[in-house]
Structures are given as C-alpha cells and as structure tokens.
Design a protein around this ligand. Structure first.
Ligand code: CA
Length: 230
C-alpha cells in the first residue's frame, strides 16, 4: 500500500533522487526544503513517515524531530534521519531525539527503500501491504479484500482504510480527530461526525458475519477494535 512520505531535504538533487525512487516504489511524496515548510505540511496532514535531513537551513532536522516528538499529535510519526555525517556520536544524538532509524549519505535507493519498509512495518503497519488477521477477520491490502471465516466482506474504500487502521492498532482507543488524521489524512476540513458515519457503515458491513461487535464505541473517547469482543 502506498505510504505518504514527507521528504525534508534542502539539496535539490538529493531531494529529487529520493522523490523519484519513492514514487517509483509506489509511495506518495510530499517535499520540503526546510523544517518550517515541513511543519506547515505536517500541520495540514500527518504523513506516514518523514525522511528528515539533519543539516537544514534555519531549524535543523534534529530540532524538528524533537518538536514532532514533543507534540501528542505528531509524537508517533515514524522518522528516518538522513545525514552526511558518519560519526557514532551523531548517530546517537539522532536516535536520542526519537528518530526510528538513521541513514548516512550517500545511500543506495535500494537501502533507503528497505529501511523505509522496515520502519513502516514496525511503526505504521497500516501503510504496508502486509495482511492482518484479528477477531476472525482477515484483511489483505494487496488484494484489497476482507474476509470473515472465508467469506468476503464488501467494504467501501474509506471503510477499508478505517478497518485497516483499527486492526493494525487493535485494543487501543482512537479519538475521532486521530482517526481523521490517520485514515482521512485531514483533521482540519473534515467534520468529526464523518467518522461516526463511516463507523456505522463498517459495522453494517460486518454484521452479516457477526463481527460488528469487534468495532467498539468508547463513550466520550472514540473507537477501538477489540479482537476479544465477539
Ligand atoms: Ca542538508
């Protein structure tokens, strides 16, 4: 599944090289040449992963990583730091800010893509094509199919993404604002009751297989997928 990846890199040739390779691998790419622009983009829509250059004009990559980690909304966005430095103490400093991984320039496109896949698997499984099974449901992103005990569950594209996110983050409560950020990629212009509408549709689609109770309402907080709630 295509991930939304924000590339923050001030050297145009490197930014271009990275973007071309990510697009070729099927990802969606947003670009920023400085930390301030990146912050503006993140404010509008939460990316699935950020590739963040260490040395940037103005605010450094390290400072941006620190800021993202200090805010509840952006705390869990996966970050891979890019740097020309290869020194061990710099690597440690980068990881101390909360970066998930670290790549030293120059790197091969293949290495970059492998690192991205590894970090997404660990930190944003809803942005990968890995099939997920829970509560008697099987969701296969590559085939865009959901099955319950072998029979297919027909879902609209939004319900599919919503279920994918909930299943890959099971047993945790997600607020409507978080779901808008994660599933719709828009917490600014889409109203929170839109989430309720799609949760209802999702439950209706799961009803025939008796799996609708897997999607729970947590009063005053939001929604949760609980595999033990059949
Ligand atoms: Ca740079």
């Amino acid at each position: 599944m295509a991930a939304q990846i924000l590339v923050v890199e001030d050297e145009p040739a490197i930014q271009e090289l990275i973007a071309v390779n990510l697009v070729r691998a099927g990802h969606h790419v947003l670009r920023a040449a400085d930390a301030e622009t990146a912050q503006g983009l993140v404010r509008t829509a939460l990316p699935d992963l950020i590739l963040l250059d260490w040395m940037l004009p103005g605010m450094s990559g390290i400072d941006l990583a620190r800021r993202l980690r200090s805010e509840p909304r952006t705390r869990e966005v996966p970050i891979i730091m890019l740097t020309a430095r290869g020194e061990e103490r710099d690597k440690i400093a980068g990881l101390e800010t909360g970066a998930d991984d670290y790549i030293t320039k120059p790197f091969s496109p293949r290495e970059l893509l492998a690192r991205i896949t590894a970090v997404l698997r660990r930190r944003a499984p809803q942005a990968t094509e890995d099939a997920v099974e829970a509560g008697g449901l099987r969701l296969d992103p590559a085939a865009h199919r959901v099955t319950a005990a072998g029979s297919e569950v027909a879902l609209g594209p939004t319900e599919f993404r919503l279920l994918h996110f909930l299943m890959t983050h099971a047993e945790r409560v997600h607020s409507r604002a978080q779901l808008l950020d994660q599933v719709w990629g828009d917490h600014v212009f889409v109203e929170e009751r839109t989430v309720d509408v799609h949760i209802r549709r999702l439950r209706a689609a799961l009803e025939a297989s008796g799996r609708d109770a897997l999607v729970q309402t947590v009063r005053g907080s939001g929604y949760r997928f609980s595999a033990g709630a059949q």
